[in-house]
Design a binder for this molecule. Structure first.
Ligand code: UDP
Length: 332
C-alpha cells in the first residue's frame, strides 16, 4: 500500500501550501483539519480530507491505518499572539495539550517522523540579531511558550522512542502560492503584508504603522519575511531527511536572514500596485521587538535549503493576487 503523510491543519494557510508542496514532490498528503480556522476549499479535491480533531485518538489511529501514514507534518494550532495573552489556556490546550495527544497517537501507531511548526516567538526579544538557534529562548507571550513547550516534548519523545522530528521556527510568513492555488484566507488578519494588500484592494481605508521610534534605520519595525512556498519546500526537505536519517532530529530557523522595515514593505506594496496607501502613524504595539532576523545558516548548510522567492516584490505580488482572487471568488 502507498505510504502517506498526515498533514494536520492542512486546510490552513501554511498547511495548505505544504499539501501542495508534498503533492508536487510526489508524496501523498492526507489532511486532518477541524475547520475552525481552515477552509475545506483550500485543500485540492483529490487529496483525502478527514474532518476532525488531532486529539481524537480513535480518529487518528483509524486514519493512520487506513492510509498507511509514515510521518506527520503538524500545522494545526492557534496562532493569534494577542489572543494568547487574553486567553492563555486556549493556547496551552490547542497547541501544547493537543499536540501531546497527537504525539501519543503517533507513538502508539508507530508513526516515527514528525515535522513541527514552531516559531521565532520562542526567542522572545532577542538581545542580538540575527537570531541563532542556540540563543536563549525567553518567549514573551503564551503563544511562544506553548510552542516552546512542544519543542521540549518532542525532544523527550525522540529520546525515549523510535521517533525523530524537525522543529522549524518560522519568522514572518507571507505571500501565497505562485500558481494561485491557495493563500492566506483568514479574515480579521493582523499581519502586515496581508493587511497592506487588503488596504491596497480597498478592503480597508488605510494602514497603521505601529511605532516610528524603533532602533532601526527608518524607525519602523524590521522583520524577516519569508515566502510561504519556500517555507513549505523546507518541510518537504525535512520529511525526506527524517526518513533518511531516522536517528537524527533537527531544530532550524526558517527565514531569509535579512529584513525589511514596515516602511520598506509598504513602499513595495505601493510599487507593485502603482498606488499610494494611506499610512497612519500610530504608537508601538505592546511586545513588538525592534528587529527580528533569522540566522538561517543551519538549514541552508544541513538541508541544502535554497529559497526560490527571496524577493519582497514577489511576496507582495503573490499576496495581492490571492487577495484579488478572494474578492472575485471567496473561499469556503
Ligand atoms: N505592523 C504595522 N502595521 C500593521 C501590522 C503590523 O506597522 O497593521 C508592524 C508590526 O508592528 C511589526 C511588523 O509590522 O513591526 C510585522 O508585524 P506582524 O503583525 O506582521 O508580525 P509579527 O512580527 O508581529 O509576528
Amino acid at each position: 500500500m502507498q505510504k502517506s503523510i498526515l498533514v494536520t491543519g492542512g486546510a490552513g494557510y501554511i498547511g495548505s501550501h505544504a499539501v501542495l508542496a508534498l503533492k508536487d514532490s510526489g508524496w501523498n498528503p492526507i489532511v486532518i483539519d477541524n475547520l475552525v480556522t481552515g477552509f475545506r476549499g483550500a485543500v485540492p479535491a483529490d487529496i483525502p480530507f478527514v474532518e476532525g480533531d488531532i486529539a481524537d485518538h480513535g480518529l487518528i489511529s483509524a486514519t493512520v491505518e487506513k492510509y498507511n501514514i509514515i510521518a506527520a507534518m503538524h500545522f494545526a494550532g492557534s496562532v493569534v499572539v494577542p489572543e494568547s495573552v487574553s486567553d492563555p489556556l486556549k493556547y496551552y490546550y490547542n497547541n501544547t495539550a493537543k499536540t501531546r495527544s497527537l504525539l501519543e497517537s503517533m507513538i502508539k501507531n508507530n508513526v516515527g517522523h514528525f515535522i513541527f511548526s514552531s516559531t521565532a516567538a520562542t526567542y522572545g526579544i532577542p538581545k542580538t540579531i540575527p537570531v541563532h538557534e542556540d540563543m536563549p529562548k525567553n518567549p514573551i507571550n503564551p503563544y511562544g511558550t506553548s510552542k516552546l513547550m512542544t519543542e521540549y516534548m518532542l525532544s523527550d519523545v525522540a529520546a525515549a522512542h523510535n521517533f525523530n522530528y524537525c522543529a522549524l521556527r518560522y519568522f514572518n510568513v507571507a505571500g501565497a502560492d505562485p500558481k494561485g492555488r491557495t493563500g492566506q484566507s483568514t479574515s480579521g488578519a493582523t499581519h502586515l503584508i496581508k493587511v497592506a494588500v487588503e488596504a491596497a484592494l480597498g478592503k480597508r481605508d488605510s494602514i497603521s504603522i505601529f511605532g516610528t521610534d524603533y532602533d532601526t534605520e527608518d524607525g519602523t519595525g524590521v522583520r524577516d519575511y519569508i515566502h510561504v512556498s519556500d517555507l513549505a519546500a523546507a518541510h518537504v526537505i525535512a520529511l525526506e531527511r527524517l526518513i533518511e536519517s531516522p536517528k537524527e532530529s533537527y531544530i532550524f530557523n526558517c527565514g531569509y536572514g535579512h529584513g525589511f522595515s514596515v516602511t520598506q514593505v509598504l513602499d513595495a506594496v505601493d510599487r507593485v500596485t502603482n498606488n499610494k496607501l494611506t499610512r497612519n502613524l500610530e504608537p508601538r504595539r505592546a511586545g513588538d521587538p525592534d528587529a527580528l532576523i533569522s540566522d538561517n545558516s543551519k538549514i541552508k548548510q544541513q538541508f541544502g535549503w535554497t529559497p526560490q522567492y527571496d524577493d519582497l516584490n514577489k511576496i507582495v505580488q503573490h499576496a495581492l493576487a490571492w487577495e484579488q482572487r478572494l474578492i472575485e471568488n471567496p473561499i469556503t
